[in-house]
Each structure stands twice: as structure tokens, then as C-alpha cells.
Design a protein around this ligand. Sequence first.
Ligand SMILES: [Zn+2]
Length: 308
Amino acid sequence: MSFNDDVNIGGSQVGSGGGGGAPGGMVVGGGIGGIILLVIALIFGINPSDLPTNPGGGGSDQGQVQPGGTEQDSELANCKTGADANKSDACRVKATVLAVNTFWSQELPKYKREYTPAKTILYNGSTQSACGTASNQVGPFYCPLDKQVYIDASFFQILTDQFGSSSGPLAQEYVVAHEYGHHVQDLLGLLDEAQKDPKGEQSGGVRIELMADCLAGVWANHATETKGESTKGGEVAFLKPLTDQDIKDALSAASSVGDDRIQEKTQGRVSPESWTHGSAAARQKWFTTGYKTGDLNQCDTLSPDTVE
Ligand SMILES: [Zn+2]
């Protein structure tokens, strides 16, 4: 969906990570196969395997992300209005982060929960997170240790070229909103569910991912009523009303990263016992549930007997 041209998207909720250069110690199987396999592990992930086992021992100092004088920096600095967000992917990420943080800051207090806006690091090449190295080989993720979202600038191209998703704006906005779904889950103390039982069709891991899809849908439902500052004075909604095409774009993105789709493509067969994110059908179903109801409570994927 498109942003209203005059909504102000200045501010600093999106920073840039260091660009270029292969990170030391990052070992990946070469070639496209290796890239896809790693993306499977982490796509839209929360990287729970990197959480410290000792809750008191998480004092990692790797979380310092130093914005450098990268291309991304100046591109982000030039993202000032919704009109810019409608023209460039980087500005669209910046605008979506602001819109999503604004929405949850208003929504969670209705449930007597506090929301703390989370920052996104939009980087080129690779950058360090408190959960390990972020690169376009691991895909976007939310890191609970530094409470930041990491998105590589090339990911949206990968999503369309390698996963076959539509490239429409709501496809990209869904990715951002899904990661913020994990931040909401973190604030609600739910992320442990994924760690306890990470794999399989009805696992905690899959349920947490499907809930994040549903929370992305809840945001999409409310996105056109959430307001920001207008460059003309007063307030204006972040987004224009959603079109049918917007919803098709989001569903296309959700299904393209379904575990069954990815497994068919990479290993030629589907093995639900190793699913971590849910099938294409389930991901679409839960996004739709959130979008149609706009109700956080409808996103309870932990209680039903089955979620697929
Ligand atoms: Zn996820």
C-alpha cells in the first residue's frame, strides 16, 4: 500500500549498518544452495539458537552497531516524506518502521502493556547484531538481545527473484511488520515458546512465526488509521487505503516463504517435521486472520490444538 505523500517520516528509528566486506568467522556453504539453506534457517527468524542459555550472562558487547558513512546512511537521511517512501525501498522500510512503531505504541497500552519502539538496522553486505552476524545470507531477523530488527537492503530483491514473491509495497511492508510482531512477542514474554519446541508442523516455533504473521495482519488492518505528522501541519494517516492488489502482494510474500514452498524448491520434497515457520497456506491464513479482525487476541496461535 502507498504512503500518504505528505506524512513526515523523519527521525531515527532506522539506522544503517556497516557496508561491504565478508565478516570474519562467517562460514557458509558457497553458492545459491548454501544461501537458500541459510535463509531457510533464519528467514523472518528470531535466531533463538543464539540466545544465551544463562539468562544473566547475556552481556555481549557485539550489539554496538556503528552507523558508518555508507550509501545507506545518506539514502536514509534523504527519506523525509511518504512520497519518498513510495519511490525507494529504503525509504519504504523507514516509513514502515515508523508506522508500525506508532501503531503498537498506541495499541499495546489498550491491553495494559507497554510498548517500547524498536529500531531497525538497514544494512548493506553485513553487520553485527547481538545475535551474531547479520547478512543477506541469513535474511531479516529480530534480535531479542539488542531488541533490534536487522534487514539487508538486498533482501526484497531476493524475496522476488529467489522466492517468487510479488514485489508490491505491502509485500515489503509485511516483512517489516512480521519482524515487529516478534518484538511485540518479546515484550509480551512469548518468545520462549519457540525455543522450547523449535521444529515441526505444530511446534512452538511454527506457532510463534504464524503469530508474527497474524500480528503483521493486525497492523495492516489499522495502518490506514494510524497517524503521523503532516509536512503541511497537523496529522495525516501514514497509509492510503489498502487495495485488493496490496493484500494479494502481502499474501504472495507470506506464501513464498512457507516452509513447504521452500522445501519443494530446495530439496524436492516436503518434510513437515522440520518446519520452523509454517506452510504457505498457514502463513496466508494467519496473516488474513489478523488483517480481517484487526484484533490482537485473534492471533493466539499457542492455544489451538492445531495451527496448520
Ligand atoms: Zn519470524
